[in-house]
Design a protein around this ligand. Structure first.
Ligand SMILES: C[S@@+](CC[C@H](N)C(=O)[O-])C[C@H]1O[C@@H](n2cnc3c(N)ncnc32)[C@H](O)[C@@H]1O
Length: 192
């Protein structure tokens, strides 16, 4: 499977009312996020996760929304302002091999994006570094676009960089993994 990056206009096709009905992002994230939290949305696209997360964290919280594509971030910013959530969302354009975030977060999510990252092990190691000790990190990948074997490789890479699989929550049409960070530093992991 290639690692093609989703074109910006496809984000409008996948971030639609039907998907929000099926996935109910607020219901998913309320299990892991509370008011005042700092959360990280990786590969945020036009805000499928970032916008509901901003509602949950409230005025005292913050969503750091990261994407490779400036166009995605610009659309997200417009949508956030329109929804009255602009002050809660900080956008960050990252580089392909570096998320470029050092802020410790209470929760991170990579919704339908890890399959687009060429070096998922390096990516997962960088995310781990951003997690507070009790933080959770939710990865979801679309079925059947991401086959079971490919997802298994992501789980193995996560374990290798010091992420612990806590559960695999049911989210319709998705392969999922909820991680915490292991207390011990994994051996042999060096960040670029
Ligand atoms: C399929 S879209 C999913 C968008 C959103 N998370 C959602 O569920 O609707 C994948 C997103 O990940 C972004 N992306 C791909 N590779 C990335 C990387 N290495 N770092 C950050 N974002 C990346 C793409 O630009 C795109 O916006």
């Amino acid at each position: 499977m290639g690692h093609e990056v989703c074109p910006w206009w496809v984000a409008y096709l996948i971030d639609n009312p039907l998907r929000r009905l099926i996935h109910k992002p607020e219901a998913i994230f309320r299990n892991y996020v509370k008011p005042g939290d700092t959360v990280l949305d990786l590969g945020c696209g036009i805000g499928f996760a970032a916008l509901p997360l901003a509602k949950i964290v409230g005025d005292q919280g913050r969503v750091i929304a990261v994407d490779l594509q400036q166009k995605m971030l610009a659309i997200l910013q417009r949508r956030a302002v329109k929804a009255g959530l602009g002050s809660r969302i900080q956008t960050h354009r990252c580089e392909p091999g570096s998320i470029g975030i050092a802020t410790p977060v209470d929760f991170a999510v990579a919704f339908w994006m890890v399959h687009e990252v060429p070096d998922s092990r390096e990516f997962l190691a960088q995310v781990r570094c951003c997690l507070k000790p009790d933080a959770r990190f939710l990865v979801t990948e679309p079925i059947p676009h991401v086959r079971e074997r490919a997802f298994r490789e992501t789980l193995d890479a996560a374990q290798a960089v010091g992420l612990v699989l806590r559960e695999q929550p049911r989210i319709r049409g998705c392969r999922t993994a909820l991680f915490s960070r292991s207390p011990a530093e994994p051996s042999g992991v060096s960040l670029k």
